[in-house]
Design a protein around this ligand. Structure first.
Ligand SMILES: *Cc1c(COP(=O)(O)O)cnc(C)c1O
Length: 354
């Protein structure tokens, strides 16, 4: 890629890479040597810089801290067979970041700023992309309001950053989920379709209640009547019903996942019927009992596919088909992981080499 951004690069004096046990990496706690930062001041992006990863001074009056004026993205890079970084659908993350930005009254990040900062940072920290089986480099771009002002209004100053974490293989043990019938992750007209920090802050407490009751996470339902299923934890949710791939249709309370979209496209390409529509709790519970719902899984960057083992509803647990017998989820997981890692052909043109 041609580097056209004027970027200052300040290298670490000594890499920390030798301190990391790559055979045992905890998720989200180990960061690479460098990070990227850019400032939005007086209506323009500038001061593009890569510095050693580390603490940064911010004003105690920063609206990101007080009012959650902060958004983020999550994506992964894998090590290709020739040491290159393979990044999955980064332009889709870029455009989603800007949809979130619009909703939170933040400036768009230009495509070249996003893509060049990403490729320069990854190139600099390329040794940190794990080559152990199943491992990858998690990429966390984020954007927050950086005004020094505790009034509530659209901010003027912003900071865009990217940090990177090597992450180990994600073995998704089948999850037990409970249908949430009281709390709401995202309301109609709210910020649910944006990757806005506050959405997650408010979801932790209900998720903790479900965990205390022995479940891993929640199946979120609509905020009005808790009648329709929306998402699973921090992932989209998909079902196989009568051999049709069914997932809740996008709305302003559902995050448009890139994994969700990839799974839909792959299923269609294989000739499977797909439906994006409202999915009621009743349809799923009745469908499990009658055997029509054969598969249920979460779809998201962290796990790709997280099979749902059982669904708790009104004090009862409804078990799905054992995971090893689920034809579609197993096939789509293998194919999608193969494409992301550069081990299988990429007919959709999803993988970007950096
Ligand atoms: C990020 C996210 C997803 C999954 O999106 P991917 O692009 O597939 O990683 C789904 N739901 C929520 C609420 C999310 O934040």
């Amino acid at each position: 890629m041609v580097e056209t951004l004027k970027m200052e690069i300040n290298h670490v004096k000594q890499s920390r890479i030798n301190e990391v046990d790559f055979s045992n990496i905890p998720f989200g706690k180990i960061f690479t040597d460098h990070m990227f930062m850019a400032d939005f001041r007086k209506g323009e992006w500038g001061n593009f810089r890569i510095t050693p990863y580390g603490y940064m001074p911010i004003s105690p009056a920063t609206p990101a801290i007080h009012y959650g004026q902060a958004i983020f993205e999550g994506m992964k890079a894998y090590r290709g067979t020739h040491g290159e970084a393979l990044v999955f659908r980064p332009l889709d993350n870029w455009s989603r970041l800007n949809r979130s930005a619009e909703r939170l009254c933040m400036p768009a990040v230009p495509e070249d700023v996003f893509m060049e900062s990403l490729s320069t940072l990854i190139d600099l920290d390329r040794e940190w992309i794990p080559d152990t089986k199943g491992a990858s480099l998690y990429i966390r771009p984020f954007l927050f309001s950086a005004d020094e002002y505790i009034g509530i209004k659209p901010s003027e100053d912003f900071t865009f950053m990217i940090i990177l974490c090597p992450v180990g293989a994600y073995y998704s043990t089948p999850v037990k989920v409970r249908i949430e019938t009281h709390y709401t992750r995202a309301a109609q007209g709210g910020t649910g379709y944006a990757k806005a920090g506050g959405n997650y802050a408010g979801a932790i407490y209900p998720a903790k209640l479900a965990q205390n009751a022995g479940y891993h996470q929640l199946l979120w339902t609509d905020g009005k009547n808790h009648e329709y299923i929306e998402e699973s934890g921090t992932m989209n949710v998909m079902f196989v019903i009568d051999n049709v791939l069914v997932t809740p249709e996008l709305s302003d309370s559902i995050l448009a996942g890139i994994t969700r979209d990839s799974v839909l496209q792959m299923a269609s390409a294989w000739g499977m019927k797909t439906e994006e529509r409202k999915v009621s709790v009743k349809e799923i519970i009745d469908g499990i009992e009658s055997g029509r719902v054969t598969e249920a899984f979460g779809a998201g960057t962290a796990a790709t596919i997280a099979p749902i083992e059982l669904i708790g509803y009104n004090g009862r647990d409804y078990y799905l088909t054992p995971v090893e017998k689920r034809e579609f989820s197993n096939k789509v997981l293998t194919e999608l992981e193969g494409i992301k890692r550069g081990l299988k052909p990429d007919p959709f043109g999803w993988v970007v080499k950096m």
